[in-house]
Design a protein. Structure first.
Length: 107
């Protein structure tokens, strides 16, 4: 297989948007939604392996666990405010990256 063929992304078919939502908000559904989102992420041919790792590892549980950790850190005050901000920004940035890559794949 030629390198150009390996690097070519599959076109987005619409299921990518639900994958991103499940990764972000799936922990609201007893955590199962996030797991389903991770499975869908890894089954998709739209994203590369590094993008899949980012979607999986940069804040497991998505925005829900990020908000939970963020609230706990913010209540501690002081320098923990930085942890609170990071806990919320990282899942948002991860979802934005996946969104942009899926958008590029669909055009």
């Amino acid at each position: 297989m030629a390198p150009a063929e390996r690097m070519k992304r599959a076109p987005a078919d619409g299921s990518e948007w639900s994958t991103i939502v499940l990764l972000m908000l799936g922990a609201f559904f007893v955590g199962i939604g996030w797991v389903v989102g991770v499975v869908a992420l890894w089954r998709s041919r739209v994203w590369t392996v590094p993008e899949k790792l980012i979607g999986t590892l940069l804040w497991p549980g998505g925005l829900v666990t990020g908000m939970f950790v963020g609230v706990l850190a913010a209540q501690a005050g002081g320098a923990m405010i930085v942890v609170a901000v990071v806990a919320v920004v990282v899942p948002l940035a991860s979802a934005y990256l996946l969104y942009v890559r899926a958008q590029q794949s669909s055009s």
